[in-house]
Design a protein around this ligand. Structure first.
Ligand code: PLP
Length: 381
């Protein structure tokens, strides 16, 4: 295996050197004056990135822990909830809300389909729900849903809108307050350019007012909010990760959220242009919104798992394979967070070599040029 390693998955993602340097600082005590300013700035920056004036609760957990906080605080046994799924992570909402005893109406799309607000509207007309649980960026398929439209459908029916933005926050617009999103869940290891280990949850006043009876302790929102407001975390937080996240959010805000969204659109365009130039078939939609991960159908006769393995063995490069029913069928090129067009060029060049070695019939020598050209065009935002 080559010595150099490349991390091209849709999470965890590469971490900028400034963030790595912050992570390497000596550990500070979480109830000391050394930590409080870092904590305060990090929480303020999180609100800015989530575009909310509500509290953003920070948990020492992966994104799924923040998921669980939403379910444990909002679901009471027997309550009606609507879950929208079109892939692995929507399925996780369904499994978790059921595990907490919700009476789940499951609006289930095929993997790779895009959820539609009108379908949500119709389901809510047929059966009311306390909350609608859905996914902004379905990382397993590359589809990015129209969150604003789905949230509007939920609000019209008087339901809370709960969004999994684990792979999308910081990469594509997620206007928590302007779109009326009641809960936005995310994690540190995706577009927020920090190692895994922090889950976060932006919670509206309406969601706080709707908390239910399920047992909870570590993930209790009220306990967490009360402590955070005093800059005194309820339990020992991952101080080093918070210091790293603070620096990462500073970098993101210095670039500017709009500029970051534009960059991600262009990265997605570049990846898709390169894939198509090679003659491969896209699995994720060929649209600007699909700016998080590009899912590619493995060519006939080539198992996508072999592509993933060959990239790793030959070039030290990690991309993602397919999940669930897409295992062996697709491979996924991540491009969120600390990515630029030369990362796209590198992954396309390597994919081309590996696929040719595996016997795929493809156009050689054109993908990188197509990607670089596609990246140049400014998005109309
Ligand atoms: N939701 C989405 C859309 C994700 O991409 C992921 C992780 O890949 C998760 C949820 C789960 O997050 P974690 O693995 O941090 O628990």
């Amino acid at each position: 295996m080559s010595g150099k390693r490349y991390l091209f998955t849709p999470g965890p993602t590469p971490v900028p050197p400034e963030v790595l340097a912050a992570l390497a600082e000596p550990v500070i005590h979480h109830r000391s004056p050394d930590f409080r300013p870092v904590y305060e700035r990090c929480l303020t920056r999180l609100r800015e990135v989530c575009r909310t004036s509500s509290d953003v609760l920070l948990f020492t957990s992966s994104g799924t822990g923040a998921f669980e906080s939403a379910v444990a605080n909002l679901v009471s046994p027997g309550e009606p909830h609507l879950v929208v799924s079109a892939g692995n992570f929507g399925e996780r909402w369904a499994a978790m809300t059921r595990a907490y005893g919700a009476d789940v109406d499951h609006l289930r799309y095929g993997w790779g389909e895009s959820p539609e607000a009108d379908d949500v509207r119709e389901r809510l007309r047929e059966r009311e729900a306390k909350a609608v649980w859905f996914v902004q960026s379905e990382t397993s398929t590359g589809v990015v849903a129209d969150v604003q439209a789905i949230a509007r459908a939920a609000k019209e029916a008087g339901a809370l809108a709960i969004v999994d933005a684990v792979s999308s926050l910081g990469a594509v617009p997620c206007e928590t307050d302007a779109w009326g999103l009641d809960v936005v869940v995310s994690g540190s290891q995706k577009a927020l350019m920090t190692p895994p280990g922090l889950g976060l949850c932006a919670v509206s006043d309406a969601a706080f007012a709707a908390t239910g009876s399920s047992p909870r302790f570590v993930f209790d929102w009220e306990r967490t909010r009360t402590a955070q407001r005093k800059l005194d975390a309820a339990f020992t937080p991952a101080v080093s990760l918070i210091a790293g996240l603070d620096v990462a959010l500073g970098l993101l805000l210095e670039e500017g959220l709009e500029a970051a969204f534009d960059r991600h659109i262009r990265l997605g365009r570049a990846a898709r242009a390169g894939v198509k130039a090679m003659g491969l078939e896209l699995f994720s939609p060929d649209e600007d919104r699909s700016a998080v991960v590009t899912a590619v159908r493995s060519p006939d006769g080539v198992d996508a798992g072999d592509v993933v393995k060959a990239l790793r063995d030959r070039f030290g490069m990690t991309i993602a394979g397919g999940q669930g029913e897409l295992r062996g069928v697709i491979f996924r090129l991540g491009h969120i967070g600390w990515f630029d067009v030369f990362d796209i060029a590198t992954m396309l060049a390597a994919v081309e070599i590996v696929l040719a070695d595996l016997g795929a019939d493809l156009e050689r020598g054109v993908a990188v040029t197509a990607a670089l050209e596609a990246y140049e065009h400014q998005p109309v935002t």
